[in-house]
Design a protein around this ligand. Sequence first.
Ligand code: ADP
Ligand code: TRP
Length: 331
Amino acid sequence: MENEIVLSGIRPTGNLHLGNYFGAVRSFVKMQEEYNCYFFIADWHSLTTHPKPENIQRSARTILAEYLACGIDPEKATIYIQSDVHETIELYLYLNMNTYIGELGRVTTFKEKARRQPDNVNAGLFTYPTLMAADILQHRAKWVPVGKDQEQNMEMARKCARRFNNIYQTEFFPEPQNYYFSGDALKVPGLDGSGKMGKSDGNCIFLIDDEKVVRKKVMRAVTDSGPQTPNSPKPEVIQNLFTMMGIVSTPDTVKYFDEKWNDCSIRYGDMKKQLAEDMVRVMQPIHERIVEFSSNEERLDRIARVGAEKARESAARTLNEVRRIIGFRPY
Ligand code: ADP
Ligand code: TRP
């Protein structure tokens, strides 16, 4: 178990929000205790949608500080920035040779992004899943903690591993599996009545938000006119509030408001106040540590440098073996 390898990453396109935290980063913190972990910042991937990032190094540092504030420990896990490990690109090239345009074109995140940026449907966006597969396979990772929305990319990564093994008649790459914190995929809802919390949906509660901002955002959450008959099913906007409460509050609190819903005595204002309270309790220590870690750029850069060295070592080992398997001279 201890030798099993874990890898995951997040694109530095903004601050981390509660969806990132509960969907992914919380698992990182748990897994570093038991596994050989690599956690990285996917700055190359962010070029697929943000070709001219304002300050790409600062954005990477922001996520790094937030990773550390959430409890990822550079003594336990390898933390690095994707663009510091150029070995990845060579594996990306080999994987692209065995990936078909038909399957890449069917990836829903590609179709969605192509719709959002019709003037920039670039080849990097199209091959996003093979770069992600290279990220994973270069460390021969077995587990990948990500949110539910990454399932299709993970399926592509498994295909890349399987296909490489089949073509070259080897068992070199393990098939990477999604890892979920409590067994099931979690989708952190938005509180604006829509589906998930996400940066492009503009409905995020960020880890960097201070107490006042969190309370304000929660109090603004969309609700309806209330249940009309006892024990009625919950419409999506209300279910979202309950789902969020299930994530940050105690089971007793959820039960209390559930009963209020069922007997039609619920007051959304009270529920939101409680939800904000519980959210602040979970977020406060992280918030304080973000401020602390962000203030020391030198330390962040040192951590990234050490991480890059370790990641490059692991990637180079894999790459050499891949070159040998395909028939190239090892470096
Ligand atoms: P965003 O949707 O805000 O752009 P990313 O796509 O960068 O977020 O996601 C980074 C990680 O956080 C991924 O593992 C993703 O699955 C997870 N994640 C993002 N939003 C949510 C959410 N609302 N619920 C669960 N996981 C999420
Ligand atoms: N696609 C992931 C996201 O949008 C980011 C990512 C890039 C990733 N490469 C990865 C996640 C490798 C896990 C493993 O969140």
